[in-house]
Design a protein around this ligand. Structure first.
Ligand code: ADP
Ligand code: ZN
Length: 655
C-alpha cells in the first residue's frame, strides 16, 4: 500500500480481533478472570461482625459508615426517593458518587440490596471497599467455590447481608431468581445500565433479561445508573428496563478537573513520551492503543525510556495481566499501556492521565476511557494523538467489518462524532458535553481554549488534491494512497513517480508550497469531514459526492492548523494532592502515604481502600490528636476509625 512508507510513525497496525478484547473481562467471557483481590475477599465470604447501624437515616448512615459530612449533588434526592420506594434512573459522571445512591438505601431499608454489576473485578473492588467501611457485602459469581457460594446464599437467606452483588447472566437463571425470592430485597441497583443499549458501544445481551426484574420483585425499588448516556441510550435504558415511572436524575457530565488535549499525530510514541515527561514524576496513567501489538511496542518503548510502564491486553497470560493490574492499583506512578480491555471497573481514584495513541471508535467510549482519570477530583489530563492513518483505518474497518447497513451507518455516525471532536476549532468540552445533550460555555481547560488554534483557507489545497485524484482516475484509471498523491503534488522525483509517469501530470509539483506534514493534515481533515473517502482494498483515496462543491469552489474549506508536541501548560503540573500542601504538611502526607502502603500490602488490597488521598491530605493539614478529632476528617467512618485510628494518631504525633 502506498501509504505505509510515509507513515512509519503512525503506529498503524491492524488490530487483531479487537471485539474479543472488549468482553474478556466480563463474566462468561473468553477468559476466566482471576482477580488479584479474590483471595482477600474470599477468605471470609461474609463478614458478620460488620453491620450498618439499625434504623439510621440516610445522612446519618453517610456520616457513620462512609465518614462523609454531606451528600453531593443529586445524591440526597436520589437516596430519599429510593428509600421511600421510588424507582430512579441516575446519570452521573464517573467519580460523581453513584455508589452511595443505592448503597445507602440498601443499608437503610429492610432487607438486602441486590447490585447487578457486569464485571467481576468491579464487584470484588466494591465488596472490599464496602467491607472496609463495615458493611456486610458479598458477591455471587463464577470465581467462587461451591462451598463459598453456599455460604453467601445461606447468609442472604438468613438476612445477614446488606448488599449482594450478582452478574447479569446469573439473573436470567431461574435458580438465582428463586433464591433471591426466598429472601428480602431492599433495593435493586443496575450498575453500568448503558450496557442494555443496543445503540451504545457496550451492549451486553444479558442486560436485556433485566427488564422484568420489576415484575419479578414487585415493591422493590429499582435504580439504574450509568456514566455514559446520550439521549438515545437514556431512552433505551428507560424502555428496556421497564422504568417508565422512574424519576430521572441527570447530573452535569462535566469533569472540570480533566484537561482535554488532542494533537495531530506525527510520531505517536515520541509525542507520548514528551507528554508523560511534561507531567510530575511518577504520575499514574493509562495509555490506550487499539491493537495488542501496538500495546506491546508502546510499553516496551516507554520502559526503555525509563517510564515504569507495563502492557495489558487479552492476549497476555492471566497471571501477567493480574500482576500488572495489581501493580498499577497498589504502587504509585505505574503506567499501564492497554487495549480497551483494561479499565472497566478500575476504581483507582488517583489516575493522573489517560492517553490515546489510536483513535477511539466513539465519543462514548472516549469519554468513558478518559473519565478514568482524576476520580478524586484533582487536576488530570486526557491526551490524544490522532492522525491520518487513524481515519483511514477506522473508515476501512467499518467498510470491511461486514454487518448490515444499519450497523455500518451507526458505526460511521459514531466515528463522525469522534472526528468532529478531534477537528473542532472550538472548546473540546463544549463539543463533548454537547454530544451528551448538555449546553456549556467554553471551559478554559482544554487545548483549544488554552491555545486557540489558527485556521486557514484550505480551498485551493483541497482543489489541487482532488483534481489530482480525479485526473488519475479519469485519464489513467488509477487510484493511489495519501503518500503517493503527496509526492505528485510536491513534485518529488522518486522511482515510483517516474515509473508511473506521474511527473507528466498537469498537477505534478503544484503543491510545493505545503510540506508533507501539511498535506497529510489537509487529507486527514478532508477525510474526517467526508470530502474524501478511502476506497478499495488498498485504501486509496477517492472523491465523494460532496467533493464536487469543493472542485467548483462553492464549498468553503476551513482547516485547522496543526500543532504538534505543544508543551502542557504549567498550571496542570500540580497534579498530586501533595503539591497543594505546604512543606511540613507534605512531609506528614508522605509519611501517612508510607503507612498506608504498608497497610495495603499487609491486607492485600489497593491503597485507596485503606484511605483516599483526600483523606490523607486532610489528616496532614488538620493533624488530629484524639480519636474524636478523627470524626471531622472526611473519609473516616466508624469502622475505619476503630481499625486505624490509633495508628493514624501515632503517625501524626510522630511528626
Ligand atoms: P462513581 O461510581 O459515580 O464513579 P463513586 O461512587 O466511586 O463514583 O464515588 C467517587 C468518589 O467520591 C469515591 O472516592 C467516593 O468515596 C467519593 N464520594 C462519594 N460520595 C461522596 C460524598 N458525599 N462526600 C465525599 N466523598 C464522596
Ligand atoms: Zn475548552
Amino acid at each position: 500500500m502506498t501509504q505505509s512508507q510515509y507513515e512509519p510513525d503512525d503506529a498503524w497496525f491492524p488490530p487483531e480481533e479487537p471485539p474479543a478484547d472488549m468482553y474478556d473481562e466480563y463474566e462468561g467471557g473468553a477468559i476466566s478472570w482471576a482477580d488479584p483481590f479474590a483471595v482477600a475477599a474470599s477468605t471470609s465470604p461474609v463478614d458478620r461482625s460488620a453491620r450498618a447501624p439499625q434504623h439510621a437515616g440516610g445522612l446519618e448512615t453517610l456520616q457513620t459508615v462512609y465518614g462523609f459530612d454531606s451528600f453531593r449533588g443529586d445524591q440526597a434526592d436520589v437516596v430519599e426517593h429510593v428509600i421511600s420506594g421510588g424507582d430512579a434512573i441516575v446519570l452521573m459522571p464517573t467519580g460523581g458518587g453513584k455508589s452511595v445512591c443505592y448503597q445507602i438505601p440498601a443499608l437503610v431499608r429492610e432487607g438486602t440490596g441486590l447490585v447487578v454489576s457486569p464485571l467481576i473485578a468491579l464487584m470484588h473492588d466494591q465488596v472490599d471497599a464496602m467491607r472496609a467501611n463495615g458493611v456486610a457485602a458479598a458477591y455471587l459469581n463464577s470465581t467462587q467455590q461451591p462451598a463459598e457460594r453456599a455460604e453467601v446464599e445461606r447468609a442472604y437467606l438468613a438476612g445477614e447481608l446488606d448488599l449482594i452483588y450478582v452478574a447479569p447472566e446469573r439473573l436470567s437463571n431461574s435458580q438465582t431468581r428463586a433464591l433471591l425470592a426466598k429472601g428480602t430485597l431492599s433495593v435493586i441497583a443496575i450498575d453500568e445500565a448503558h450496557c442494555v443499549s443496543q445503540w451504545g458501544h457496550d451492549f451486553r445481551p444479558d442486560y436485556l433479561a433485566l427488564g422484568d426484574l420489576g415484575e419479578a420483585f414487585p415493591g422493590v425499588p429499582r435504580v439504574a445508573l450509568t456514566a455514559t448516556a446520550t439521549r438515545e441510550t437514556h431512552e433505551e435504558i428507560t424502555e428496556r428496563l421497564h422504568l417508565d415511572t422512574a424519576r430521572h436524575f441527570v447530573a452535569s457530565f462535566d469533569r472540570p478537573n480533566i484537561q482535554y488535549r488532542i494533537e495531530a499525530k506525527n510520531d505517536a510514541r515520541k509525542q507520548l513520551l514528551q507528554f508523560i515527561r511534561s507531567l510530575p514524576d511518577r504520575s499514574a496513567g493509562i495509555v490506550y492503543a487499539l491493537s495488542r501489538k501496538s500495546v506491546e511496542q508502546t510499553a516496551t518503548f516507554l520502559a526503555g525510556q525509563g517510564i515504569d510502564a507495563v502492557p495489558y491486553h487479552a492476549g497476555l497470560p492471566a497471571e501477567t495481566r493480574m500482576a500488572h493490574q495489581s501493580r498499577f492499583l497498589r504502587e504509585d506512578g505505574v503506567v499501564v499501556v492497554a487495549t480497551i480491555a483494561f479499565g472497566m471497573g478500575i476504581d483507582k481514584p488517583d489516575v493522573r492521565f489517560v492517553a490515546h495513541v489510536d483513535l477511539p471508535k466513539s465519543v462514548e467510549g472516549y469519554y468513558q476511557e478518559t473519565g478514568r482519570a482524576g476520580r478524586d477530583g484533582e487536576p488530570s489530563i486526557a491526551w490524544m494523538a490522532y492522525g491520518l492513518g487513524d481515519v483511514v483505518q477506522q473508515r476501512r474497518m467499518i467498510q470491511q467489518g461486514g454487518g448490515d447497513r444499519t450497523l455500518q451507518m451507526r458505526q460511521n455516525q459514531h466515528l463522525d462524532a469522534m472526528l468532529a471532536l478531534c477537528e473542532t476549532v472550538s472548546c473540546r468540552r463544549q463539543n463533548l458535553l454537547g454530544y451528551f445533550g448538555q449546553q456549556s460555555e467554553p471551559c478554559g481547560n482544554c487545548d483549544t481554549c488554552l491555545e486557540p488554534p489558527k485556521t486557514w483557507d484550505g480551498l485551493v489545497a483541497a482543489q489541487k488534491l482532488m483534481s489530482t485524484i480525479v485526473r488519475l482516475e479519469r485519464e489513467r484509471g488509477q487510484s493511489f494512497g495519501a503518500g503517493h498523491l503527496i509526492d505528485i503534488l510536491r513534485g518529488k522525483e522518486n522511482e515510483r513517480v517516474r515509473r508511473f509517469g506521474h511527473d507528466k501530470l498537469a498537477t505534478y509539483g503544484i503543491g510545493e508550497d505545503l510540506s508533507d506534514q501539511d498535506w497529510r493534515s489537509v487529507i486527514r481533515q478532508l477525510l474526517a469531514s467526508g470530502l474524501l473517502a478511502p476506497q478499495g482494498e488498498y485504501n486509496t483515496l477517492g472523491v465523494t459526492p460532496a467533493s464536487a462543491g469543493v472542485l467548483r469552489g462553492e464549498t468553503p474549506v476551513l482547516l485547522r492548523q496543526d500543532v504538534i508536541g505543544r508543551k502542557v501548560r504549567s498550571s496542570v503540573r500540580k497534579t498530586s494532592a501533595a503539591d497543594t500542601l505546604d512543606e511540613g504538611d507534605r512531609d506528614l502526607f508522605e509519611r501517612l502515604r508510607a503507612w498506608r502502603a504498608g497497610q495495603a500490602r499487609e491486607q492485600g488490597v489497593p491503597a485507596y481502600i485503606v484511605f483516599g488521598d483526600a483523606t490523607l491530605r486532610a489528616l496532614a493539614e488538620h493533624r488530629p490528636a484524639t480519636l474524636d478529632a478523627l470524626d471531622s476528617i472526611s473519609g473516616i467512618g466508624q469502622k475505619k476509625r476503630d481499625a486505624y485510628g490509633d495508628q493514624v494518631l501515632e503517625v501524626v504525633a510522630a511528626g
